[in-house]
Design a protein around this ligand. Structure first.
Ligand SMILES: [Zn+2]
Length: 247
């Protein structure tokens, strides 16, 4: 069977002396592995095409016998040059790609996630430095939401009472707890009600409205912490790219 899909390259590894193994976030079939035979030969049509972050159209054949996929054709639409050449943008993109590689299961249908990643990479490619963190927060909130991991920031996960003031994030369970249910421990983080509202805005509105919001440094830091905790809770391993982002 032959398949066609748009996709973004998450990983590009040497498979043999002449071939490459590609991990692709595809629009139609979730994450897939593609074997690009002969890609490392200088005259291969794939030469220089199969780099990490590249976005394009891919045609591949599924080999029923051993359940592998062989890449037949690719047509790269964007290499996202700025994401490679700008030191900061490179690390931001690497973080997005590594998160997707670590969190989204293979073969899951993921049109929304594909379009989210594409939207963020296209924006990051042209965005000024001041907007880059907001783009990451948008990516994190939407990704958590699409995967079903974004908690309701309206109600206590323990007693269901609506939040009226500040509340708590339990770090061991990733649950949100009201002041009444909360027992003071080292493993919980206080959350102000305005952060809950900001997360709701991020999730409901588009990127343009979000970029026009003026958040205080304290709000930005709190938002970053909460999303980090929620994502780490659902990731199988710590991301190496995070270390660079925090520097
Ligand atoms: Zn409660």
């Amino acid at each position: 069977m032959i398949y066609k899909t748009r996709g973004i390259i998450l990983r590009s590894n040497f498979f043999s002396e002449t071939s490459k193994n590609i991990s692709l976030l595809s629009e139609n079939f979730g994450k897939i592995q593609l074997l690009a035979k002969g890609a490392l030969r200088p005259k291969s049509p794939f030469a220089g095409q199969l780099e990490i972050f590249c976005y394009g159209n891919f045609i591949y054949q599924k080999n029923q016998k051993n359940d592998t996929n062989t890449l037949l054709e690719c047509d790269i639409i964007s290499f996202f040059r700025n994401l490679r050449e700008d030191y900061n943008k490179f690390f931001y993109t690497n973080y997005i790609i590594e998160t997707i590689a670590a969190i989204v299961q293979f073969t899951e249908e993921s049109k929304k996630i594909f379009r989210l990643v594409l939207n963020i990479l296209q924006n990051l490619n042209i965005s000024p430095k001041e907007e880059m963190d907001t783009l990451l927060r948008f990516f994190e909130v939407k990704l958590l939401y699409f995967l079903g991991f974004l908690p309701s920031f309206n109600y206590c996960d323990n007693c269901n009472a609506p939040f009226t003031g500040n509340f708590w994030l339990d770090l061991n369970s990733a649950q949100l707890i009201c002041n009444h249910c909360h027992i003071i421990t080292l493993s919980s983080l206080a959350i102000s009600i305005d952060i809950a509202k900001i997360i709701a805005i991020i999730n409901d509105k588009d990127l343009k409205i979000l970029l026009s919001l003026k958040l205080s440094l304290k709000q930005k830091k709190q938002l970053e912490n909460i999303l980090r905790i929620l994502l780490d809770f659902h990731l199988e391993k710590k991301l190496e790219s995070q270390v660079f982002l925090r520097k």
